[in-house]
Design a protein around this ligand. Sequence first.
Ligand code: T3D
Length: 264
Amino acid sequence: MSEAVLFEIRDAVAIVTLNRPDRLNALNADIHTGLRDAFDRIEADDSIRAVLLTGAGRGFCAGADLNQSLVGEATQKRDLGESLERDYNPLIRRMRALPKPIVTAINGVAAGAGMNIALAGDVVIAARSANFTQAFISIGMMPDAGGTFFLPRLIGEARARALAMLGETITAEQALSFGLVYKLLDDATFQDESFTLAASLAAKPTQALAAIKQSLNASATNTLDTQLDLERDLQRQLGYTPDFAEGVAAFIEKRPAKFTGKAA
Ligand code: T3D
């Protein structure tokens, strides 16, 4: 595993930490390799039931590393699509398709693709001191890493277009009021509370979380009819899981449920 991404498993949570704090965790080849390795492990290990993705130091992620990935090419034509195809698009696809919940914990600045990777999470939380910018326009680019998909769906066309075109920085409070993040946590307790939230997801019925994720992903493009059919099919599968039986039994017996996350 690359040093640029730290990986730890605790209480069924995979904690993935972008770890280039002096560069605000800007994405270079080492980080992309580390993320690929991390998701390989997360996908393969059934004991991992939730993911916490965060950043070391005062940044979450400043987007592509302008010194390494994009440097020295100002006078040359550059195929930016190549790195999207190789690194960014597979990452976003894997995050959305993963049948386990991902908490993106935005501990500090989230810029460019760093902001959009954060938005690809299932539960997006931020420290009160965090800030956000679709920085792309400042260097003659457009939002990538799913930004043009997530932004209008999360915050509507008007705000999406303005954020993308103006490239302004918004505060965590603004991000909350726009609906970009689920909640803000105090800086002092951010790390601990982020983990507690991820651990609470890891203790929930994993198959049901996977079904929620699959159905909400699909609802972006489905008709109501198709979505109703999908809900029927997924709910049918959930009815056969041990966690459904456990949840109902625990309710009747007036005790806390103990979910295993196992499939039917
Ligand atoms: O081929 C491809 O890869 C295509 C894909 C592209 C996807 C993208 O993400 S494009 C967008 C790239 N990101 C940016 O344009 C953001 C650039 N950074 C900034 O605008 C600012 O640094 C921030 C708004 C993120 C934070 O500002 P601030 O004032 O809090 O911090 P700072 O002083 O600017 O940065 C601290 C250090 O991090 C500084 O280094 P130094 O001076 O202490 O040695 C700075 O150079 C470095 N840093 C920040 N962002 C990047 C970076 N180094 C490399 N790449 C960065 N993106």
